[in-house]
Ligand binder design. Sequence first.
Ligand SMILES: [Zn+2]
Ligand SMILES: [Zn+2]
Ligand SMILES: [Zn+2]
Ligand SMILES: [Zn+2]
Ligand SMILES: [Zn+2]
Ligand SMILES: [Zn+2]
Length: 237
Amino acid sequence: MASGHFDPLHQLVKTRYADETGHHCDICLSKLAGDVGHSCRACNIDLHDACSGYFKETISFFAHPWHTLKLSRIPSAAVGRWWLCDLCMEELPPGSFVYRCAVCNFDVHPLCTMLPQTIHIPQHPEHDFRMVPSSGNCSMCEKSLPVWHYVCPCSARLHIGCASGVGSAGQDDDDAKGDEVAHATSSSSSAVTVSKHRRRKVIAKMLLKTSIRIAINAATGGTASPVLDVLAAVFSS
Ligand SMILES: [Zn+2]
Ligand SMILES: [Zn+2]
Ligand SMILES: [Zn+2]
Ligand SMILES: [Zn+2]
Ligand SMILES: [Zn+2]
Ligand SMILES: [Zn+2]
């Protein structure tokens, strides 16, 4: 999506973001602070240079092999509706970008499409884990798992967050329901803000693990490394 976006009359404009800007990238959800990025004021879009360069309008993705996924936008006035990523089960914020199959109603965070299909984790060195659709409870935190999770040949299974060592809070059904209630009533907005902030970290920290970075760079021929550099700059502070 280098220059155009959904409205053919608009072009994304190169923008320098100040250090204290409140802007967040609508693709990776991380802050734009001191970065050069791209914006469209009419559409209220702000993007890192790396994110607008890396994420294509359509992709094929191992977790939805049946159809091409299209880069789409969650409506900004998503009142009363709550979009969740089918991979990590975390929120897709209003106005943010998502890879979507409209036929199947499959939605996934752009960052989640960077997760490797196969990972190796030091806590379970005997086997590699593969992201597959399955059911069961997490071998690490024992909470219920979303349909897509990491499974090894001996049937150990993990949340994305547990595989990354970041933990699983917010990834089981009870927590998701709790957030929905908090959102609907707007009575505990600070709690929701805290958990959103944490959620964004789960995937980013997973992607930034050395072994995962190596796997992503191998799978993408290095084209994803500017996005990983953006995340590293945000989350290493
Ligand atoms: Zn970004
Ligand atoms: Zn626009
Ligand atoms: Zn996700
Ligand atoms: Zn589909
Ligand atoms: Zn877990
Ligand atoms: Zn195993």
